[in-house]
Write a protein that binds this ligand. Structure first.
Ligand SMILES: *Cc1c(COP(=O)(O)O)cnc(C)c1O
Length: 397
């Protein structure tokens, strides 16, 4: 067996500056983390509200593990559906204001499930070009026709919808885009999909627990409750745990229980994770201060960057700092790490060619001083690499 392709492809990636590797963490997911034995400020975590290591969430996980054990033992449809799964789905439905909710073992799995279940050879999926990879892969699995519309371009979407004679039309979009932190034009998307009788699926992975006023997702943010057919999101980001949800009508949930292969043929969420998620949902509902602290940190970071002549474009907790060249991107990220600030570099194919970037994420638990330190160090590291204040850093991706 000739396995030389392994080494060949890896050295190709290394030459292009696109080699990926794992970094080892020896601490919880906090504003200060220990990576490879070094303590650094963490600006690369989706733990937006600091719930991943919250004592109440940890205690709920332990309690639930004592009560139900660790594994759920089977697919939910066989014997893996426990009280705590039902309680979590009821709580999520109340939180989102929908009749029904179905949980999945990951957001990746949920998107594969949603698109492959709604898609069919006589359906067309209309997908934003910057959608998350799990949506792209869901489209592939769906065996439907797929039309990719230009990023956030509702006019382009409408042209494609008009030209389509498909019996079933599905529009799918991230609500907060994971690499740029911009928000999808949901009010316009809703108008257009209603004009053309399409089903709208929004991925609230980076909206839940993040968007004002209460962190209940993009439909709440825009006052569009009841006009989005499927709201999906993950528990793994602002809620600090693991797994994902689909919120919709009871009929839709019933359909998915019967038809969705990534639900049917996958073991249910570990019950302790479901219990921990219930606890973090409770904290998000009872203590809105975390959400406020997150927006304040976002504003403070943008202000600090602007004070250094660097305009950053983002409406959320995700802030892209465009560098451009892949090698430069990783060098700046490395230089920051050496100065005690961890901001991950993102390169193609995750982002378009020539838009290599630092992807900074803020957390409610960062102090004002930490936010300022990040801005100071980022500005220094960019300057050292000759990336000026009037250069690529001013351009959004
Ligand atoms: C993280 C993410 C997912 C995948 O969620 P996991 O629970 O990590 O599998 C899906 N969509 C978007 C937009 C994401 O950012």
């Amino acid at each position: 067996m000739d396995l030389s392709f392994l080494a060949d492809e890896i050295s190709g990636l290394k030459e292009k500056g696109r080699y990926r590797f794992l970094r080892r963490l020896s601490s919880p997911q906090e504003p200060r983390i220990v990576i490879e034995g070094r303590e650094v400020l963490n600006f690369s975590s989706n733990n937006y509200l600091g719930l991943a290591n919250h004592p109440e969430v940890v205690a709920a996980l332990v309690d639930c593990a004592r009560r139900y054990g660790v594994g759920s033992g089977a697919s939910r449809l066989i014997s893996g559906h426990m009280d705590v799964h039902a309680e979590l789905e009821e709580a999520m439905g109340r939180f989102k204001g929908t009749e029904g909710c179905l949980t999945f073992s990951a957001g990746y799995m949920a998107n594969l499930g949603i698109l492959s279940t709604l898609g069919s050879p006589d359906a067309t999926i209309f997908s934003d070009e910057w959608n998350h990879a799990s949506i792209v892969d869901g489209c592939r699995l769906a065996r439907a026709r797929v039309e990719v519309y230009r990023h956030a371009d509702v006019t382009h979407l409408e042209d494609l919808l008009k030209a389509s004679s498909s019996r079933r039309k599905i529009v799918v979009t991230d609500s907060v885009f994971s690499m740029d932190g911009d928000i999808a034009p949901l009010p316009d998307l809703v108008e257009v999909k209603e004009r053309h009788g399409a089903i709208l699926v929004v991925d609230d992975a980076h909206a839940t627990g993040v968007l004002p006023p209460r962190g209940r997702g993009s439909a709440e943010h825009f006052g569009l409750a009841g006009r989005v057919e499927i709201q999906m999101g993950t528990f793994s980001k602002a809620l600090g745990t693991y797994g994902a949800y689909l919120c919709s009508t009871r009929k839709m949930v019933d359909y998915f229980i019967n038809k969705c292969r990534p639900f049917i043929f996958n073991t249910g969420l570990p019950p302790a994770i479901a219990g921990a998620t219930l606890a973090s949902l409770g904290l998000l509902t009872r203590e809105p201060g975390r959400l406020v602290a997150l927006w304040e940190n976002g504003k403070a970071f943008r202000r600090e960057m602007e004070a250094r002549g660097r305009k950053v474009v983002s409406d959320t907790a995700i802030v892209p700092i465009i560098v451009g060249d892949d090698g430069d991107t990783m060098a700046v990220s490395r230089a920051l790490f050496d100065r005690g600030v961890f901001v991950h570099g993102i390169r193609p194919p995750t982002v378009p060619e020539g838009t290599g970037r630092l992807r900074l994420t803020l957390m409610a638990t960062h102090t004002a001083e930490m936010v300022r330190t990040a801005a100071v160090r980022i500005d220094e590291a960019l300057r050292e690499r000759g990336i000026g204040t009037d250069g690529a850093a001013a351009e959004p991706g």
